[in-house]
Each structure stands twice: as C-alpha cells, then as structure tokens.
Write a protein that binds this ligand. Structure first.
Ligand code: DNO
Length: 360
C-alpha cells in the first residue's frame, strides 16, 4: 500500500507540501491541476513543472485525481471525439512524468453531492459533510449549486468547478432523454478510445463511484454497486480499466458490503486506487461523514484494510474527507488535521495486520 494525500496545488490549497511531508508514512500525492476545465489539455510543460515542484518537496505523484471527463463525452455528442483526443494527450503527458493511475468519474453533471458542508457533530463540536434526501427534495439543482458555492469557505470544490455548472439547466435538460444504458454505451465509446493508450503507456484509469450511491435529480447514474462496476469492467476488458474504490461513496448505501466489494475487485486486479473514509448512517438516504475510526461511524475500517491487505496490497490509498476540527478553516472535506489523523490510523491498522500476518 502507498499512503497518499489529496492536494489541490500551490495556488489553491492552504495546505503546504511541507506539512504533507511531515505526516508519518506519507509517500506522496493524489495530485491535480485544479485550474484545468474538463476537456482541456494538460500540456507537457505544465505537468513537468508540477511534478518537479512536488518531487522537490520529497513527495511522489503517481496518481492524478481528477482529469475530468467532458460532458459532451458522457452525453455522446458529435463533439466528443475532439475532447477524447484531448484526454488522450493528457494521458500521454501524465505518463511521461511518472503517473500510473488517473482517477476520474462518469457521473452526469454533478460529481459528489451533499446538502450541508459543515454539519456540526453534537458529541464534540467538529463538523463534517452531511446529506439528507429530504433536504434535497426541497431544493432545485440550481439552489443546491448556489448553496454549495456559498458554504465552501471561498474554495473551489472538486466537481463543482464554476465552468462546469454555468450551463446547468441546459445540461440537465439534455440528460432527460439519456437512459443508464445510453450512458453506458457512451462510456464504452470513451473507454474503447482511451484504454488502449493506457495499456501502451502503463497507466490505469480508475473510475470513482457515484456519491451518494444512488440516482439524484432523475439523472442516470451507473457506478454505485458491485453489479454496476462489473458492467463497467466488462465494457472494455483490460487491467487498465479499474475502480477507484471509495469506501465512503459506495458506503453511503448500507446495501453495499464494502469489504466484500474490495475483495471482489481486488481479486480481479481491478482496483486502481482506494479512498478510505467512514460514514454514519442516520436514516434512509441520510448520513453524515464521520472520523476514520470504526467506532465513530458504521463502516468497519479493520475489515476494509484487511481486504486491501489480502487482495490488492500494492494499491494507492488516501484518507478521504476529514471533519473540520481544532478550528481549522479549509476546503470542506479537505482540511489537514483530520485527514492526517485518518492516515495515521489507517497506517496503524496496516502495521497491526502486517505484523499479525507475518507472525502466523
Ligand atoms: C470527492 C472526490 C471526488 C473525486 C472525483 C473523481 O471528494 O472523491 O470529487 O475526486 O469523483 O473524478
């Protein structure tokens, strides 16, 4: 396992690379050129400069999250070929500078979605991301976008980049006639074009799940269960077509047995990267994010780390969203302190599992 940390770049992340380097056991980043719009080329010069900067801080960057897929590709519009060509250029440029995994998603319009970005947790006064479908029912998509932007402490949130949402109403309308099967067909078209390039340059594409793990606003969503991912893996059968298994996204639906899903795709060698975090269920389609420790939420972190250890021990892991604690003001979900605690806890579980396995 390689423990990594998500970082948004010098100009938009208040967290410094030197701070990340001081978290015990941190090998590197899940990095990002966060100023790039979906569909744009990440030029070789930009990637080179980014990597040199990260390496100078003593960190690796073998995973990039995310190179966003342009909406025209997901909708299967005639313009998709041009965006796919740009995507391929990005893959080639990233591979040249040591990238092994590209995390992306195929969610229409919205990436992850919450109804409150800073829900106070009564027990200790910290706050975390929260979702209640009842609250969502009272909001239009546009209201949700406005609220999310207002509540984000002035930071751009991943998946909520202004340019992607500028044409929200038009895009939502365009999706009205797209079924899950249509979306899968468009997805196959994309994978058929990019996966052979990945195979050639030694990169894995890792698809992030729908978050939360069910359809929202009537949009087609096709990546929120083991069955969905079996279909995705079959769309283009290759070791380069993998899953970014996010325990908190898939775990927002209690029907998803996370350790079993890890074992299933780990044994198939189809896990490109892991996001590990905990969720506290509060009711039907109602949850908040918890600290990483198993006892603070409803997921079993030991069983999760053991499944990784047994079936995909060389994968990249990052502590996913943290709570806001100790008065930190940061990008919701992506503060320094709670994610650092999460990394340390996950490393502790790993050490214990490793020592117990080796003592057998
Ligand atoms: C949320 C993240 C996602 C993820 C994308 C990948 O916090 O895990 O935004 O990066 O879905 O494309």
């Amino acid at each position: 396992m390689k423990m990594t940390f998500r970082w948004y770049g010098e100009d938009s992340d208040p967290i410094k690379l030197s701070q990340i380097k001081q978290i015990p056991g941190m090998s590197g980043l899940m990095g990002l050129l966060d100023y790039k719009a979906a569909g744009e080329v990440w030029t070789e010069e930009e990637v080179k400069a980014y990597m040199e900067h990260v390496h100078a801080a003593g960190l690796e960057c073998e995973v990039i999250e995310s190179v966003n897929v342009h909406e025209d590709i997901k909708m299967g519009l005639p313009t998709r070929d041009e965006y796919i060509a740009n995507y391929i250029t990005c893959i080639r440029n990233l591979a040249k500078y040591g990238v092994k995994v590209i995390i992306y998603n195929f969610m229409p319009v919205f990436d992850w979605l919450r109804t409150d970005l800073a829900r106070v947790i009564d027990e200790d006064g910290s706050n975390s991301l929260y979702f209640d479908e009842k609250d969502l029912g009272e909001m239009t998509p546009l209201e949700l976008v406005r609220k999310t932007a207002e509540d984000s402490n002035g930071f751009t949130l991943p998946g909520w980049e202004p340019e992607r949402l500028a044409e929200l109403e038009k895009t939502l309308k365009q999706y009205e006639n797209i079924t899950p099967d249509d979306l899968r067909a468009n997805y196959k078209y994309f994978l058929d074009a990019v996966i052979p390039v990945c195979e050639e340059v030694g990169v894995k594409m890792a698809c992030h799940p729908d978050d939360p793990a069910w359809p929202i606003f009537g949009l087609p969503r096709i990546a929120h269960s083991q069955e969905d991912y079996d279909k995705i893996c079959a769309l283009h059968d290759s070791p380069a077509n993998t899953v970014c298994l996010c325990t908190g996204s898939l775990g927002s639906n209690p029907d998803n047995d996370i350790p079993a899903i890890i074992r299933h795709f780990g044994e198939m060698d189809r896990i490109g990267a892991m996001h590990v975090r905990n969720v506290k269920f509060l009711g039907h389609h109602h949850f908040r994010e918890a600290a990483h420790l198993s006892s603070t939420g409803d997921l079993d972190m030991f069983a999760i780390m053991k499944a990784i250890y047994d079936t995909c021990p060389d994968t990249y892991v990052r502590p996913d969203h943290g709570r806001m604690i100790w008065g930190e003001v940061g990008r919701p979900g992506y503060g320094l302190y709670d994610r650092a605690l999460g990394a340390t806890y996950l490393n502790g579980l790993w050490e214990a599992i490793d020592k117990m396995e080796n003592a057998k």
